[in-house]
Design a protein around this ligand. Structure first.
Ligand code: SAM
Ligand code: TMP
Ligand code: ZN
Length: 416
């Protein structure tokens, strides 16, 4: 068993991309599945693993050192429904419209989405009458997408699935994955599958939390079982090249606390945009994938833990009521790493029915409906869904008008 108080460790693992040596720089200790919310009477048998993250000396990919089996995370009862945020609904409909205008212009274009969830992006594609397929292993959310008229395959995307789709539907003009590629350790199978399924001038576009933002904001809660990789332009370019692909465009996004949208094409098929070299140069300048930078990040994580626990302890000692908002997968890392349980934070409010009347993973904080929030405001609300801060603070502005205060821990511990 590792010591969960140890921030800097030196265990070496093997890189899932290039088999180089991975040096661990942050140990977040024993953690539960981030999206498994036990019923109050059934907390025995929770699955735990060791959450630690390292960097490959050869290809610079930042990655977890331990892999949770995919069936434990993505199954019939996977509770995350993408369409719960209005900002994300708008983001994905704009994304779909962009594909339709710029990439899906041939006579009978075909788009595949890996991890389509409840159909938040493909809804717009389907409504435009464009040929499409969502590949989604989590049965519950796949059903929601199918009920909205989206063509869904309830399966994991991998080399096998890609070959079958190619045989049935022909080549894809666009393959898209949002907040999904970083979830998939078996990247060799995925990228070989992309090579099989992508048409000669097609693009593989994916967007995921950006290591540059995670380091800058010390958003260590982006690290949890489902987030296996933490991409940079440099690591993605190296990864693409190993599989006959090329990074041809990058664009920074503000959603989910800061992401990058990467565009890959078959090697030599498209001219890379200058944005690629610019972002790689910026990363080199910052020393983004370098061990000293990542160790400094680990030290900042330790400081946040100390400050957050001290703040919550002080508020409780002063008799204030403290709750949390947003039972995010990210918050499993925060509560379990910091040791924040129901004695510090009474409840977590969340709009997701599948999470309500359950307990938060590992820390066992009761999750209740977000509608309860306004019925009896706490004095302080710890915003676990800080990546949706604008939307939530707008929706819940009466909380602050009534004297309530939001607690943030990203990029620093502060109260507003
Ligand atoms: N694209 C949506 C979004 O951005 O909101 C959903 C993101 S959700 C965090 C990750 C999704 O990836 C889950 O719905 C999960 O079931 C799916 N997933 C995991 N492994 C997958 C795989 N190998 N192929 C396709 N989907 C996968
Ligand atoms: P995410 O940060 O992974 O997108 O998860 C957001 C969580 O916060 C999810 O469980 C839904 C919840 N949520 C609310 O309770 N209210 C809201 O207004 C939003 C946007 C999300
Ligand atoms: Zn590597």
């Amino acid at each position: 068993m590792s010591d969960p108080t140890r921030a800097t460790a030196t265990t070496a693992a093997t890189c899932r991309i290039c088999e180089g040596e991975v040096t661990e720089f942050l140990d977040l200790g024993r953690q539960p599945l981030s999206d498994a919310f036990p019923e109050p009477a059934r907390t025995e048998g929770e699955f735990f693993y060791r959450l630690a993250v390292g960097v490959c000396a050869d290809c610079s990919m930042v990655q977890l050192t331990e892999e949770v089996p995919r069936e434990k995370m993505f199954h019939e009862d996977y509770p995350y429904h993408s369409s719960g945020s209005s900002v994300m609904r708008e983001h994905f409909s704009a994304t779909a419209r962009g594909f339709i205008e710029k990439e899906l212009t041939s006579a009978d274009p075909f788009v595949v989405e890996i991890g389509c969830n409840d159909g938040i992006m493909l809804r717009t594609v389907s409504e435009a009458g464009v040929r499409h397929l969502g590949v989604e292993p989590s049965g519950g959310v796949a059903k929601v997408a199918a009920e909205a008229g989206i063509r869904v395959r309830n399966d994991f995307f991998e080399e096998r699935t890609a070959a079958e789709i190619r045989a049935e539907d022909g080549p894809a003009d666009v393959i898209y994955a949002a907040n999904t590629l970083c979830h998939i350790p078996y990247m060799d199978s995925i990228l070989r599958g992309i090579g099989t399924l992508l048409g000669p001038d097609g693009v593989f576009v994916f967007e995921d939390p950006y290591l540059g933002d995670i380091v800058e904001k010390t958003s260590f809660d982006q690290i949890y079982d489902e987030h296996f990789y933490f991409f940079t332009a440099r690591s993605v370019a190296a990864m693409a090249a190993r599989f006959g692909l090329e990074l041809v465009d990058v664009r920074r996004l503000t959603v989910h606390g800061g992401e990058v949208r990467y565009t890959l094409a078959l090697a030599g098929a498209r001219t890379p945009s200058p944005a690629v070299a610019e972002l790689v140069a910026e990363e080199t300048e910052r020393g983004l994938g370098a061990l000293p930078t990542l160790k400094a990040f680990a030290a900042n994580v330790e400081n946040i833990r100390t400050e957050l626990v001290a703040l919550l302890g002080r508020l409780r000692a002063e008799g204030h009521s403290v709750a949390a908002y947003g039972a995010t997968a990210k918050s499993a890392t925060v509560t379990n790493f910091c040791g924040i349980g129901p004695e510090l934070v009474g409840h977590v409010y969340d709009t997701t029915p599948a999470k309500q009347n359950r307990l938060s993973p590992g820390a066992h904080i009761p999750v209740v409906s977000a509608e309860e929030f306004s019925r009896d405001y706490p004095d302080y609300a710890l915003l676990f869904a800080w990546n949706h801060a604008e939307e939530i603070m707008r929706k819940e502005r009466e909380f602050q008008e009534n004297g309530g205060k939001w607690i943030f821990y990203v990029p620093t511990v502060h109260v507003v």
